[in-house]
Design a protein around this ligand. Structure first.
Ligand code: FSX
Ligand code: SF4
Ligand code: SF4
Length: 304
């Protein structure tokens, strides 16, 4: 295993204590992964692929180490080379081989209108495979399910009104189909790569992390953005930005949803530690179940 602890912390964008991990536990995660990487099947429904891009693009130093050494990615519709029935055969074989042992990652919401035909994700024995059928089939055999992104977690943008395709989140599909596999939601549109990798590392070392009432890991979604925002002093002084160029002012009158949003973006920081939404724009509340209908209009004051 060549991923150092320093690399891992860069990936996670924080300190070990901040993540709730000791050095020993991180090394333990890596050692466990080396001994037998947990197989991961990643499927995608109605979304923009931003969740995959966030994970693949923003991780430094080496996403290949995460995907090939920490987890064993058996299927991913965006990055894998195989296609068509060959790809579907690999997917179904992996599910049988690792029955009740693999983790299923679901990215994107799941359209159920018109018998799911708005989202055909493959073909098997000359028949279309819908996202809703694939989610149910693979969900039943999974050891656990990570709903990655706000679309998979809560419905997100694809389920915004009037939702003509009948998009639903993973939890709703499982409830309807009485599927019992545990679900962890990692929302964000897209989610921070550190939230995804940090959750996987926690599952490897200590099992499923403590979750809040929306099934989000408390490690990353426990703190209110507004209460911890570096711009809070301006809010308290009632210095409010009127334009994007007003840098020394609170952004609430431009539409910032920080008071209604819980995540650690304010100190995790995005883009490998370069900046975060509120530095240059606003928080649009992308990790909350109410996103996007409940936080619209995005660029008008709706809170505070
Ligand atoms: Fe959703 Fe993923 Fe937003 Fe996009 O596909 S969480 S639309 S960033 O990327 O599901
Ligand atoms: Fe920061 Fe937004 Fe709260 Fe203002 S409203 S202090 S910009 S989180
Ligand atoms: Fe989402 Fe707000 Fe975090 Fe930006 S700051 S990623 S909008 S929760």
């Amino acid at each position: 295993m060549s991923l150092t602890r320093r690399d891992f912390l860069k990936v996670c964008g924080g300190t070990a204590a901040f993540l709730g991990f000791s050095k020993l536990q991180i090394l333990e995660a890596l050692a466990q992964a080396k001994a037998g990487n947990p197989p991961v099947l990643w499927i995608q429904g109605a979304g923009c692929t931003g969740c995959s891009v966030s994970l693949l693009n923003a991780v430094d130093p080496d996403i290949a180490k995460i995907l090939l050494e920490i987890i064993s990615l058996k299927f991913h519709p965006t990055v894998m080379a195989s296609a068509g029935e060959m790809a579907m055969a690999k997917l179904y074989n992996a599910a049988e081989t690792y029955d009740k042992k693999y983790f299923l990652v679901v990215e994107g919401a799941i359209p159920v209108a018109a018998n799911g035909r708005y989202c055909i994700v493959g073909e098997w024995k000359k028949k279309d495979v819908t996202m809703v059928d694939l989610t149910k089939r693979l969900g039943q055999q999974a050891a656990g399910v990570l709903a990655v992104g706000s679309c998979a977690s809560f419905g997100g943008i694809p389920s915004a009104k009037p939702n003509p395709t009948g998009c639903k989140p993973v939890q709703a599909i499982f409830k309807d189909a009485k599927i019992k596999a545990p679900v962890v939601n990692i929302p964000g549109c897209p989610p921070h790569p550190g939230w995804i990798v940090g959750t996987i590392a926690h599952i490897l070392t200590k099992g499923i992390p403590d979750l809040d009432r929306f099934k989000r890991p408390k490690l990353f979604f426990n703190d209110n953005i507004h209460d911890n925002c570096p711009f809070l002093k301006y809010y308290e002084e009632e210095k409010f930005a009127k334009t994007w160029a007003d840098k020394e002012a609170c952004r609430i009158k431009l539409g910032c949803k920080g008071p209604d949003t819980n995540s650690n973006c304010y100190n995790r920081i995005w883009n490998n530690g370069v900046n975060w939404c509120v530095d240059n724009a606003i928080c649009i509340g992308c990790v909350e179940p109410s996103f996007p209908d409940g936080v619209s209009p995005l660029y008008e004051q709706t809170t505070g």
